[in-house]
Design a protein around this ligand. Structure first.
Ligand SMILES: *Cc1c(COP(=O)(O)O)cnc(C)c1O
Length: 221
């Protein structure tokens, strides 16, 4: 696998703006989620100091260990949970994050709906779709997506869009196209797709949320 070269936040922002322009999309229509999982504080603080306030994490436990302190120092940050969520961590996740990108099964939908009723609030949700149909990967299968989205809506869950992680060895373009099609036929406007290696392709295919880690912070250990 190619390890992306480290770049500054402003370089990434410039590349996003150029990709938006090439796709004839409005400036600022793409949200940059800086994925800080497994990154040391020395790499995260400069991005906070530069004023960035949208971050992504993979694990509830790890995020809970870092972000309360950083938010005390830098103020409110919009936190996105990107990794698989176990139902027994759902309550903690809901208290900590603003957006969950990994809603991928009925059992989790039911747990979130129950908690949302109890708490009176719920993070915004992306349904994760396993567009590559990889057995080891999380996500609802494309064939089951329409029904699952309907189930989530029947539970009053605030589903705003779809998320995918294309197979590493494949051209991501067709996966992004497929995700956009499923979103469109379900009247969902938000698309969480694109990472360090393919965010410009994702923007060309309509991504509204890109999840960029190593290209901002450097390679993870
Ligand atoms: C780690 C991760 C990212 C960021 O990956 P990079 O290649 O470092 O940009 C994005 N999305 C998810 C779901 C991840 O787990």
């Amino acid at each position: 696998m190619v390890v992306p070269e480290r770049m500054s936040l402003t370089d990434i922002q410039t590349r996003i703006a150029q990709a938006e322009a090439r796709a004839q999309r409005a400036p600022g229509s793409v949200h940059l989620i800086a994925v800080s999982k497994e990154q040391p504080e020395a790499r995260v603080l400069p991005v906070l100091e530069a004023g960035h306030r949208v971050f992504g994490e993979n694990r509830v436990q790890e995020a809970a260990g870092k972000w309360p302190d950083w938010q005390n120092r830098f103020g409110k940050v919009e936190l996105h949970l990107l990794g698989p969520l176990q139902t027994n961590k759902a309550r903690q996740a809901m208290a900590l994050v603003d957006v969950i990108h990994s809603l991928d099964r009925p059992k989790l939908a039911q747990a979130l709906a129950r908690l949302a009723q109890e708490i009176g609030d719920c993070p915004q949700l992306f349904v994760q779709v396993n567009t590559g149909m990889e057995p080891q990967k999380a996500g609802i299968l494309p064939a089951d997506a329409d029904q699952f989205i309907a189930e989530c809506r029947a539970l009053d869950l605030p589903v705003i869009g779809l998320m995918c992680i294309p197979p590493v060895e494949e051209d991501p373009g067709p996966h992004f196209t497929h995700l956009a099609q499923i979103a469109q036929r379900n009247d969902l406007t938000q698309l969480s797709m694109g990472m360090s290696d393919d965010f410009e392709t994702a923007i060309a295919h309509g991504a509204t949320h890109i999840r960029v880690g190593s290209a901002i912070f450097g390679a993870r250990r």
